[in-house]
Design a protein around this ligand. Sequence first.
Ligand SMILES: CC(=O)N[C@H]1[C@@H](OP(=O)(O)OP(=O)(O)OC[C@H]2O[C@@H](n3ccc(=O)[nH]c3=O)[C@H](O)[C@@H]2O)O[C@H](CO)[C@@H](O)[C@@H]1O
Length: 365
Amino acid sequence: MSNYKIILSGGGTGGHIYPAIAIANELKSRFPDAKFLFVGAKDRMEMEKVPQAGYEIEGLWISGIQRKLTLKNLMFPFKVISSLWKARKIIKSFKPNVAIGTGGFASGPLLHVAASNKIQTLIQEQNSYPGITNKLLAKKANKICVAYDGLERFFPKDKIIKTGNPVRKGLLDIDSKTVEAKNFFNLKHGKYTLLVIGGSLGAGRINELIETKLDFLDTQNVQVIWQCGKLYYQQYKIYNHTKNIQVYEFLNNMDFAYAAADIIISRAGASSVSELCIVGKPVIFVPSPNVAEDHQTKNAMSIVNNNAALIINEEDLDADFENKFSQLVASPEKQKELGNNIKSLALVNATKQIADEVEKLLKNK
Ligand SMILES: CC(=O)N[C@H]1[C@@H](OP(=O)(O)OP(=O)(O)OC[C@H]2O[C@@H](n3ccc(=O)[nH]c3=O)[C@H](O)[C@@H]2O)O[C@H](CO)[C@@H](O)[C@@H]1O
């Protein structure tokens, strides 16, 4: 039998959505007759990105809980009840053989209901410090695929499999795409290209930095692809096409963006870090300090400690950025060293290994 029904849930940010899409794509290539359904949170970016990737999605009325007393928080119990009810309805009518959760609020009710109905479940945790949803789901899940060591502190040890983070297929062979990518972005061949990415939502502090360093970057003779995020686009689009700068709210072709780049400045979300290892180019990480347990700094340090990338913390940007950046641009040797070292840390088979584990669950092994 290969006409399996597979349900996937993960979202809120790209960091939970793209792993789910990568897993679905791999399973689709193995089981072309399988049926797929995604479940996300209404109004979040998965409702747009998942259909763009060619899959159906249903939305639950759910969001996270905040630390302060707000109207949104008071609604939280009602949202949980509503989303559990809808998740039950979806599971009953779709009748999946397996449920896969990649973190984010919607995967909580969906995977909880699936496990309660004795459906095999697999969760995938991208970070070295797990999100609350996966922590809650771990007890009932059949398998937990992780990307870092030490997660037995949070999850049952016998369920953990270290696979790395799933990465979309198109990002695996960017070396062959450089010329096509530079043409795609209308970039000058032979001129240095800086790619700035602020994670799937954009990063306010990185945007401020780039805005104040536009003249400096001009003196460095670089052309810039700057992904500022949907929230910030109205503020920064005035710089589009000034001083060799291109401003984007979101890059839909990350393979071309990575392929065109010579140097990359990035947040250190888990999927970004996994992708940057595969890409193998010199990176300056600016981790977000606003995430649980400062996990982006931990993600970045796992690379920096291997002499495989540079890091500048937000509070040091004003003092250190110009020096570190100009030294890196001036040293092809350093760029090569960082590029080679980061590439050696890549876990390129993650998606395949996770799909192998899903296959075992489907065949009930
Ligand atoms: C602020 C915040 O809460 N960040 C978290 C969020 O980050 P975030 O959602 O930014 O996630 P990641 O950095 O892990 O992944 C971003 C994904 O979006 C893609 N992308 C990004 C920009 C763009 O223009 N186009 C595009 O396609 C990247 O290629 C990548 O696949 O989830 C991660 C994974 O759980 C966490 O590690 C991060 O700490």
